[in-house]
Write a protein that binds this ligand. Structure first.
Ligand SMILES: Cc1cc2nc3c(=O)[nH]c(=O)nc-3n(C[C@H](O)[C@H](O)[C@H](O)COP(=O)(O)O)c2cc1C
Length: 160
């Protein structure tokens, strides 16, 4: 399979954009940009994210027992790029708040704080299944990602 071409096919599926965060054993914050977020179950409330095993954040996210999903707002494109970049510490010079179990990013459209319910091996990624313990949301419009580009979808009034 031509990997580049395959990625282009997947890129036709528009998604929201999240930053998934967790604390390491020293209580230092870690996080990465992820668009693999999905709502899995309403009763009980469960969500999933798929995390590349090759990434620097993977050991912390997989082992911490908790993670938070920050659903980015339309104004947070720079943050999405920052948390996908190679900077040493993504939280230096980033405004963040200590959630109960994971770091939270102010200005997000919504936050979900999760306890890890299960981890599923999935090729070069691991699927983290999180039980949602706490959440918050705002009317701030979300950031959208499609075909390698970010954009802010203008929301019709009924969706605000
Ligand atoms: C829009 C977007 C969505 C992404 N989604 C994911 C994802 O769902 N899972 C993942 O592991 N990496 C995803 N990435 C890539 C990571 O953010 C990127 O590889 C990051 O540098 C990994 O950081 P780390 O090596 O510090 O773990 C995404 C990147 C972008 C720009």
């Amino acid at each position: 399979m031509d990997t580049q071409d395959y990625r282009r096919a997947l890129g036709s599926f528009p998604t929201g954009v999240t930053i998934v965060t967790a604390y390491d054993t020293d209580h230092d914050p870690w996080g990465l940009t992820a668009n693999s977020f999905t709502s899995v179950s309403l009763e009980p409330p469960m969500v999933s994210v798929c995390i590349a095993k090759s990434g620097r954040v993977f050991p912390t996210l997989s082992m911490s027992g908790h993670f938070a999903v920050n659903i980015l707002s339309a104004a947070q494109q720079d943050l999405a790029l920052h948390f996908a970049s190679n900077v040493e510490n993504r939280f230096t010079d980033t405004d963040w708040a200590a959630g109960g179990t994971a770091p939270l990013l102010p200005g997000a459209s919504a936050h979900l704080e999760c306890i890890i319910h299960d981890r599923v091996d999935a090729g070069d990624h691991e699927i983290l299944l999180g039980r949602v313990m706490k959440y918050a949301h705002t009317p701030v419009p979300p950031l959208v990602y499609c075909r390698g580009n970010f954009f802010a979808a203008p929301l019709p009034e009924v969706m605000r």
